[in-house]
Design a protein around this ligand. Structure first.
Ligand code: SF4
Length: 177
């Protein structure tokens, strides 16, 4: 809309924001995946998985998808899977985004604080090789430039179901430490 700013402001107040509808949730599939993941966690660790999200430089998109896992739609806690606030309580570190140089030391500190066995999952294309931030002077690169990575989940951002599938693969893989 052209014209003075106040006219645009009034126009924006009158129109609804452009919001894309969320894709339909495959509730049965999600329930099955989360239940298998919880069972795999109990087989491997004797309890449900504790997840800790770390963001050393993402755009925030991957965090939104991770937060969805903890929200009402996916509600992972009903399967005994939980997000924890401290890496000291975590089995899995979910790292989103590229590793920025200024947060690289903090990422290492968080990893060192997590008890063994600790798994590192690089979430999203940026976590794999820097993604759209690759080549920036402020970015060291993907998560593997800084930490040993056990699993990558591709996507920009990956859907919550893909994160669940990745975690399930991680636990079921023979290569898991
Ligand atoms: S992978 Fe995409 S959504 Fe995730 S941090 Fe990178 S740019 Fe953002």
């Amino acid at each position: 809309m052209s014209g003075p700013p106040w006219r645009r402001l009034v126009g924006n107040l009158r129109t609804r924001p452009a919001v894309l509808p969320a894709p339909p949730l495959e509730a049965e599939a999600v329930r099955d995946l989360a239940a298998r993941l919880a069972a795999a966690g109990i087989r491997r660790l004797g309890r449900g998985l504790s997840l800790h999200a770390l963001d050393p430089g993402s755009c925030g998109g991957c965090e939104l998808e991770l937060r969805a896992l903890a929200g009402v739609a996916y509600d992972l806690s009903r399967f005994g899977l939980r997000f924890v606030d401290s890496p000291r309580q975590a089995d899995v570190l979910l790292v989103t985004g590229p590793v920025t140089r200024n947060l690289q030391p903090a990422l290492v500190q968080a990893w060192e604080a997590a008890p063994d066995p600790r798994f590192v999952v690089a979430i999203g294309d940026c976590g794999i090789d820097g993604g759209v931030f690759k080549g920036s002077y402020a970015v060291a690169g993907g998560v593997d430039t800084t930490l040993p990575v056990d699993l990558v989940v591709r996507g920009c951002p990956p859907a919550p179901e893909e994160v669940l599938e990745g975690l399930l693969l991680l636990l079921e893989a023979n290569a898991v430490r």
